[in-house]
Write a protein that binds this ligand. Structure first.
Ligand code: MF3
Ligand code: CO
Length: 252
């Protein structure tokens, strides 16, 4: 396994790819209201990305048919936008999206409430987000990758939540998915030693109930096996000798 170390020049490009992706999210999140179709969100997403002169990196990735993943309620990730799927008050929706700027990828996900949601749903969203921040306490040169994994998983499990194991985070750079794979749960090995200049997409996927997931017949949408809710939170992160730099988080 070889994990790329980005040069100063590459880091500048990754920073910009991250900043632009945030602007895409700003545009999409304003649309999240009851009655809108998930395809409307995708159309807006793609048009913002293209207007920046960038390319949506999910579109046609292994045949994926859209620019954003729209995963509602029990959908964990990779929900496909549809013209006939409308958001309803009380839903939660995870948007996962990325783009390519001058050959460099960014990748980011957030779970949003649709109108007013239950306290339990909000708690799942909040814990999923916090699990990311628990994880990146260990995202520093000299620490080991699986310290991040364990911190994410142990935090989420302390609330009784299920931590998805069938999907993981990943390195990112000139490809959307690079080494290393980044589990969101404690594993026996320490994992690679982190070094300044690594860029990682860290992305806890946390379920209200069982950690087990299934794939729908569309071969993309991953859902919880028990039909309970799931949330997702992802940022592209730069490892430094000090605090990690979150490339997709300056304003949201
Ligand atoms: N953001 C997803 C990930 O982190 C990528 C989805 S791939 C797609 O791995 F094909 F669904 F777009
Ligand atoms: Co990702």
């Amino acid at each position: 396994m070889s994990v790329s170390i980005k040069s100063q020049k590459e880091i500048e490009l990754m920073r910009h790819a991250g900043k632009l992706l945030e602007e895409v999210f700003m545009g999409m999140q304003d649309m999240i209201k009851p009655g809108i179709s998930t395809l409307d969100i995708d159309k807006k997403c793609e048009s913002i990305i293209r207007s920046m002169g960038c390319v949506p990196n999910f579109l046609n990735y292994s045949g994926y048919p859209a620019s954003v993943c729209t995963s509602v309620n029990e959908a964990v990730v990779h929900g496909i936008p549809r013209a006939d799927y409308f958001l309803e008050e009380g839903d939660i929706i995870s948007l996962d999206c990325g783009l390519i700027y001058k050959g460099y990828h960014s990748d980011c996900a957030r779970t949003y409430p649709v109108g007013k949601i239950s306290e339990e749903a909000q708690k799942l969203i909040d814990v999923t987000k916090q699990s990311f921040f628990e994880g990146i306490k260990f995202a520093k040169a000299g620490r080991h990758l699986h310290e991040i994994s364990a911190a994410i998983g142990n935090y989420a499990e302390s609330f009784g939540y299920g931590v998805v194991e069938d999907l993981v985070g990943h390195g990112i750079g000139t490809s959307l998915h690079e080494d290393p794979a980044i589990p969101n749960y404690a594993v026996k090995s320490r994992g690679i030693k982190l070094r300044a200049g690594m860029t990682l997409a860290i992305e806890p996927m946390i379920n209200q109930g069982t950690y087990e997931v299934e794939w729908l017949d569309d071969e993309w949408t991953v859902v919880t096996a028990d039909g309970k809710l799931s949330a997702h939170y992802e940022n592209t992160v730069l490892i430094t000798d000090g605090e990690p730099e979150i490339l997709t988080l300056t304003q949201m």
